[in-house]
Design a binder for this molecule. Structure first.
Ligand code: AMP
Length: 122
């Protein structure tokens, strides 16, 4: 899948639409999800043009991958959710219901998150 420069996170990265930013480093930014699913719901987004975890893992440089995942850890610590716990999640493609075609990791926290996912076909 080709990268779409008109996706909403590309517009946020270009500063064309606002976001509630909580962190930024050379390779990533983090901002609050506009439709939070948990009391704490933050998205960590690499600055590079990657559609999902698939091309990010395959094509991003070591520096981009390190910068991105260090940002995830830093944001979680900054949010104060390490002690009680948090969940990171990344959707890729149709079956995962990925909505925004720019790679991002969700950080969910602030409540008991239950155990993993609830399978609907069992
Ligand atoms: P996903 O299904 O993993 O692609 O999730 C996309 C997420 O982006 C959803 O949780 C949306 O609520 C969130 N989202 C969409 N537009 C914005 C926006 N402008 N600012 C912050 N979060 C957004």
């Amino acid at each position: 899948m080709a990268y779409d420069d008109n996706n909403v996170f590309a517009k946020i990265l270009r500063g064309e639409i606002p976001c509630d930013k909580v962190y930024e480093n050379e390779h990533a930014i983090a901002f609050k999800d506009i439709n939070p699913q948990t009391p704490v719901h933050v998205l960590v987004v690499p600055k590079g043009r990657y559609v999902s975890s698939d091309d990010f893992a395959a094509d991003a440089s070591d520096a981009e991958i390190a910068g991105f995942f260090r940002a995830v850890g830093t944001v979680a610590r900054q949010l104060g959710v390490v002690a009680d716990g948090y969940r990171i999640l990344a959707n890729h493609g149709r079956d995962a219901h990925q909505e925004v075609p720019h790679f991002h990791v969700h950080i969910f926290a602030g409540q008991n998150l239950g155990r993993m996912i609830k399978p609907i076909d069992k």
